[in-house]
Design a protein around this ligand. Structure first.
Ligand SMILES: *[C@@H]1O[C@H](CO)[C@@H](O)[C@H](O)[C@H]1NC(C)=O
Ligand SMILES: *[C@@H]1O[C@H](CO)[C@@H](O)[C@H](O)[C@H]1NC(C)=O
Ligand SMILES: *[C@@H]1O[C@H](CO)[C@@H](O)[C@H](O)[C@H]1NC(C)=O
Ligand SMILES: *[C@@H]1O[C@H](CO)[C@@H](O)[C@H](O)[C@H]1NC(C)=O
Ligand SMILES: *[C@@H]1O[C@H](CO)[C@@H](O)[C@H](O)[C@H]1NC(C)=O
Length: 822
């Protein structure tokens, strides 16, 4: 859809705050020393500024200035000004006369409309002294306090957050006063009034992203001591460090910056996505490295009712279009990205014109229009009685409030009232263009339309419901985009045509020069692998990264971006996080979080490495299993790693294992999991089916994982000379282990460096799991999800048989069989 992309990229290029140049830099408003229209407060550390601002926006074709004046806080030194907090979002000053900020007679901080003499906004605190002052503190908190006693605080902006989560501020509940601090999205790109999305904690401490206070979009799960259980990416390397507190008086989450000097933005944007971004001085732009939900269309009702939402090529902004027969309800709001009213019918349904709601199907002239390849709306009502598509349509026609039906594998579903969150599924990727799957082809939704609006199917053949998208997006070229820029710039690389901007969310597109700089011209080599060399680097002087320079240009830019984007969305605590990439000319680089404790092989096999104690080994075994289980089943696209070995298991500062290089494997749609045909992987960890030429499944990873487990037990390579010298494979470790397991002597298998200090019950468990994992037939091997359960002790395992191929080695096995073991 090049048209759409071009339109999105053309949309506004600048959103600015019309703020006056800096005058006197004080951080305090005191009685008699107010702030008139032009002035501003600057925190003592110069990081934050407070003053009156107006939003306006520029695009190539138009300029729009909002008449609204707000009092707000922004980063003082960020030229692309971004409001972080606003006082009077719901009651802007619209007079031409600039308002004034002052301490009013009752000691409160107030915005005065000088034209009308009225108080537009006030802190409305009960002050107990008559010497109050308002101070903008170094952390961006505006406090109203006693001038003589700075700990006597009557009001603070941190207690009334808008859409931004300041470092050091709290999101959560004061259990004593009942104060609930939560983030609330803004109404649209220009209007600072509250929007419909909120992000906060419930009184038990679980986080919720919600729409209109009623529909839950995402829950964070419980705090597990390090992160919310459903948001493991919170402890990513580029993320701030979060702290959770739950006691008698309060429950909240807060965070501190790892680097005080960094300018970090943590907010809930107008599209209902939580994001964390960092200001990059060298680029003069924001870089967003975290977004949740990852795909814009996963945000409930993001396009409003009766729309089709398209993630497009995964830009930060959803592409919204009206359904056939509907038009944008409020074009101005729509332009400014307030989509709450969505689209409305062009023609009322026939049904509504009759007297009662008991209309028989014969009486209505309404028709159905098929919208193909979509994710179905929320709130389906199942109709068991209807057993055919036709029956289902009759059920829907018979009830006036029924707006759509769908008939598929799950039977008949109907929808009443407004249709929310219909999402466009991508076309089936073909091999050359993209391997990022959309999770299937989607369903067909039949929407009910007045006969007049229902296009004649024969006359107008349409592929999707995005009928009016060209119009609506085209119209927005006359508008702006503001924070959308944040998302777009991720893909903004020099000299790109819009068609090339394929790909993912939340990962950074680096310029080659940036990475050259970050790695000091690729001077500190961390290692080399089958795909290229890895170098250490530092981004913005703050966080460490590992930059992998891929050898040669293996694939076109489009496919590369597609693969990178599908890998970028995969995040799990036991997977190395992809931070960004670079794609310039024939240069292809990947940027990962840096793992300070190197790879597992260094610790297992190096005589002078640290000896990992048994419990750590066990935790590593479980962690790797979890990461693999996530790759195989947990994420949207099924991924087979194809090269599990100790070199690809990295350890972070706390020795948490993270699987590396999974992006190198082919990304597969679930239904195409048999598509890998070319051989990959490393001798010694290869499953037999690679050799036999049979199609492979995720069970090849299970096999390799089993081989790694043996090495974790023994602290030696399975293929070590010591086991296999003179072609005598009877002491080949996996074979020995399988036999010792049967005779109940696993103790003798454990790495001698542990000096007997190992939990033998766990050793036996690991050994059993390993033997099951390396069974000849993939059917006999457990799934990684089962492995996790076994290792966690949640289920029990039978004794495994000695794998046939393995035992064949001892007695003159065919050369090919020997080969892939050693
Ligand atoms: C303001 O910052 C200066 C140094 O930049 C420091 O000496 C001074 O104590 C600070 N004032 C307050 C009130 O924190
Ligand atoms: C505050 O009140 C005290 C007495 O209640 C008075 O003496 C003092 O002048 C007042 N200060 C200000 C700044 O109004
Ligand atoms: C300053 O205010 C705090 C909080 O209200 C109070 O506990 C403290 O006693 C006050 N200090 C003085 C010197 O008045
Ligand atoms: C949000 O909920 C309120 C009632 O809780 C309802 O009146 C309002 O229409 C809802 N807003 C939207 C956009 O549906
Ligand atoms: C139509 O459906 C709505 C929602 O399920 C229901 O409340 C109403 O009773 C139905 N009307 C008729 C006539 O069946």
């Amino acid at each position: 859809m090049p048209l759409l992309q071009a339109a999105v990229l053309l949309v506004g290029v600048l959103l600015s705050l019309r703020t006056p140049p800096c005058s006197a830099a004080t951080d305090t408003v005191s009685p008699g020393n107010g702030l008139a229209g032009g002035g501003r407060l600057v925190s003592n550390n110069s990081k934050f500024a407070l003053g009156f601002f107006k939003m306006d926006s520029e695009s190539l074709s138009s300029h729009y200035s909002s008449p609204n004046t707000y009092l707000g806080i922004w980063f003082n030194k960020v030229p692309k000004l971004t409001p972080l907090w606003s006082a009077n979002g719901e009651s802007p000053v619209v007079d031409p006369t600039p308002p004034e900020l002052a301490i009013s007679g009752d000691g409160n901080l107030a915005i005065l409309d000088r034209a009308t003499g009225s108080v537009v906004w006030s802190t409305r605190a009960s002050t107990t002294t008559n010497d109050t002052v308002a101070v903008l503190l170094d952390d961006g908190n505006l406090v109203l306090r006693s001038a003589s006693n700075s700990s006597d605080v009557f009001w603070q902006s941190f207690d009334h957050p808008t859409d931004t989560f300041f470092p050091g501020a709290k999101i959560g509940w004061d259990k004593v006063t009942g104060l609930n601090r939560r983030l609330v999205s803004r109404k649209n790109l220009l209007d600072q009034a509250p929007g419909l999305y909120t992000l906060g904690l419930d009184p038990s401490g679980v986080g919720h992203l919600a729409w209109n206070s009623t529909v839950e979009i995402q829950s964070t799960g419980e705090w597990n001591g390090h992160y919310f259980s459903l948001a493991p990416e919170m402890i990513g390397v580029a993320m701030p460090s979060f702290k959770f507190v739950n006691n008698d008086r309060e429950v909240y989450i807060t965070y501190t910056l790892r680097d005080e000097a960094a300018v970090v933005l943590t907010k809930l944007d107008v599209f209902g996505q939580g994001l964390v971004g960092m200001w990059m001085d060298d680029r003069q732009d924001w870089l967003i490295h975290y977004r949740q939900p990852l795909r814009p269309c996963d945000v409930y009702a993001v396009c409003g009712p009766f729309t089709v939402c398209d993630d497009g090529d995964a830009e930060a902004e959803p592409i919204c279009g009206c359904m056939e027969g509907f038009s944008v309800s409020s074009p101005t709001d729509w332009e400014f990205r307030d989509r709450r009213d969505g689209c409305v019918r062009n023609t009322p349904l026939d049904c509504g014109t009759s007297s009662g709601d008991r209309i028989s199907k014969q009486q209505t002239t309404d028709k159905f229009y098929a919208v193909h390849r979509v994710g179905l709306p929320h709130g389906a009502v199942k109709v068991q009685a209807a057993t055919s598509g036709d029956g289902c349509s009759q059920v829907c026609l018979a009830n006036c409030s029924c707006a759509a039906y769908s008939y598929g594998e799950g039977g008949c579903s109907v929808w009443h009232g407004k249709l929310y969150s219909v999402t466009q599924q991508q076309q089936q990727p073909d091999a050359s263009s993209s391997s990022s799957s959309s999770g299937g082809n989607g369903d067909v939704l039949y929407i009910r339309l007045a006969a007049k609006d229902a296009p004649d199917v024969g006359r107008r053949k349409k592929k999707s419901g995005l009928s009016s998208i060209g119009v609506t997006i085209g119209a927005s070229t006359a508008a702006f985009l503001g924070l959308l820029i944040l998302g777009l710039l991720i893909w903004k690389t020099k000299g790109k045509t819009p068609e090339n901007d394929q790909g993912g969310i939340g990962i950074i597109a680096f310029r080659h020069a940036d990475l050259q700089h970050a790695t000091k011209n690729f001077s500190e080599k961390l290692g080399g692998g089958g795909f290229g060399s890895v170098f250490k680097g530092h981004l913005s002087g703050s966080f460490a990264v590992a930059v992998k320079r891929l050898d040669g240009a293996r694939q076109g830019e489009k496919q590369f971006r597609a693969e990178v984007s599908s890998v970028g969305v995969i995040q799990h605590i036991n997977l190395v996080k992809l931070v960004g990439f670079c794609c310039e000319g024939n240069k292809r680089l990947l940027v990962y979080e840096y793992m300070s404790n190197h790879s597992l092989d260094v610790h297992l096999f190096n005589a002078n490495g640290r000896v990992l104690d048994w419990s750590l080994r066990y935790q590593i075994a479980i962690g790797v299993a979890r990461g693999l289980a996530y790759l195989h089943t947990g994420c949207r696209d099924c991924i087979i790693h194809c090269d599990i070995k100790p070199e690809n298991i990295l350890l972070d500062a706390s020795f948490v294992p993270k699987i590396a290089d999974f992006g190198m494997a082919k990304v597969l749609g679930r239904e195409f999991s048999h598509a890998v045909t070319t051989m990959r992987g490393t001798i010694g960890y290869l499953a037999p089916e690679w050799i036999s030429g049979a199609a492979v499944t995720s069970k090849v990873d299970v096999y390799s994982y089993g081989m790694v487990l043996f090495e974790i037990i023994s602290g030696r390579r399975n293929s070590s000379q010591e086991y296999t010298k003179d072609g005598d494979y009877s002491s080949f470790f996996p074979l020995r282990a399988a036999r010792k397991l049967l005779s109940g002597e696993v103790g003798s298998l454990v790495d001698a460096n542990l000096r007997g200090d190992a939990n033998l019950e766990e050793v036996e468990r690991v050994c059993k799991v390993a033997c099951w994992c390396i069974q000849d037939s993939e059917i006999d091997r457990p799934t990684m999800t089962e492995v996790v359960k076994f290792l966690e002790g949640l289920s029990e395992l039978d004794m495994p048989p000695v794998p046939r191929l393995l035992s064949a080695i001892t007695g003159g096995a065919p050369a090919s069989a020997v080969h892939y073991y050693v």
